[in-house]
Design a protein around this ligand. Structure first.
Ligand SMILES: [Zn+2]
Length: 358
């Protein structure tokens, strides 16, 4: 599973993005209008865990002053959960706004991994590009964190959950009863709400450990969610975005209820700008569509907002779980690179905006 973008594709990406970024407003439709070159009708080759690890190591060696690479934990099967940091003075924790991008909590949802890797390459390869001064400025003023593959065991096995063994729904049985926890239900959110309001929070779906939405025996029972938690508690960031696929919509806390957070205005403002770039539907709170999707406890978004105050979004990219068209994946990468650049800029003012809007 190797990356299939040819050099001429890269050139057209850069030329296209130049125009998009230099204008930067209006966001709506700007990216697609730049897509003059049609790619060959090839199948996109997704990165395996090993492909990703190899490429990240190679990029880090080539751009060691701007990129650091570290493992924030090991999976049950012994794979590393890689964390990338992009910034100037990358080895130092500076007093700069932080942004976090994550992908593949669900191991069978691959496009987000490609979006994160594309963005890393884009930032590094354009860090000296004088026609794109915004890239260098963002690197100089922002600490960008990426966890491009939260669930590498799940990606490797091509399964939604991770691959650790379960011992009954409460972890008490001596024998292995099934495998895998839905990592995006394993955050502490708080855990007991599912017992207090079982129908509302889908207890019958959550509890059986063989269920595709099984949340685990207790909060942060899984290596992967603990790794994200431990990273989050020791690093500063004000905005996070976690990729899933699919559905073409954007959602933000609270994920389990239609109630608004104290930062609803800000969530909506940033969310509307994300939506203006990718054209996806923003599920605002008190939206009548929320109950169809909502009721989700234990998501990373709820926990990141509750524990860190981070503006934490899920973006469900694409109209299929794993598009095979080179053109489709390329468009997703291009569009969401623009979103990343926007969020890095917005992060510069987000804390002061929060103080004003609350
Ligand atoms: Zn998902």
């Amino acid at each position: 599973m190797k990356n299939g973008f040819a050099t001429h594709v890269w050139l057209s990406v850069i030329v296209g993005l130049c125009a998009v970024i230099m204008v930067f407003v209006p966001f709506s439709g700007a990216v697609s209008n730049q897509m003059s070159n049609q790619l060959p009708a090839e199948q996109y080759q997704y990165h395996s865990y090993q492909d990703l690890a190899d490429e990240l190591h190679s990029l880090q060696q080539n751009y060691s002053s701007l990129m650091s690479l570290s493992s924030i934990g090991k999976t049950y099967e012994g794979r590393d959960i890689w964390l990338v940091k992009l910034s100037d003075n990358v080895e130092t924790d500076e007093d700069e706004p932080g942004v976090l991008f994550m992908a593949a909590h669900h191991g069978n949802e691959w496009p987000g991994v490609e979006i994160c890797l594309f963005f890393i390459r884009y930032m590094l390869e354009n860090s000296q590009n004088t026609s794109l001064p915004q890239v260098q400025e963002i690197l100089n003023t922002t600490q960008i964190y990426l966890i491009p593959m939260v669930n590498p065991d799940g990606v490797t096995a091509d399964t939604r959950k991770n691959c650790a063994p379960n011992h009954g729904p409460f972890g008490k049985k001596p024998t292995i009863t099934s495998y895998g926890v839905n990592l995006n239900r394993n955050y502490d959110d708080p855990w007991y709400l599912a017992y207090l309001f079982p129908l509302r929070y889908y207890l019958p779906m959550i509890l059986p450990d063989a269920s595709f939405n099984y949340r685990g025996p207790y909060p942060f029972s899984e290596n992967e969610s603990r790794a994200v938690r431990d990273f989050a508690l020791t690093h500063n960031f004000s905005i996070s975005l976690s990729y899933h696929s699919y559905g073409e919509f954007i959602i933000y806390p609270w994920m389990h209820t239609t109630k608004q957070t104290p930062d609803e205005m800000l969530f909506r403002s940033v969310g509307e700008n994300i939506s203006a770039i990718n054209g996806y539907y923003l599920l605002i709170k008190n939206d009548r569509l929320i109950p169809l999707y909502g009721g989700t406890l234990g998501s990373s978004e709820n926990w990141l907002y509750r524990a860190k105050g981070a503006l934490a979004y899920t973006v469900e990219v694409g109209s299929e779980r794993r598009p095979t068209s080179l053109q489709v994946v390329y468009n997703l990468c291009l569009t969401h690179t623009t979103i990343h650049l926007y969020l890095c800029q917005r992060a510069q003012t987000i804390e002061s905006e929060k103080a004003v809007l609350r």
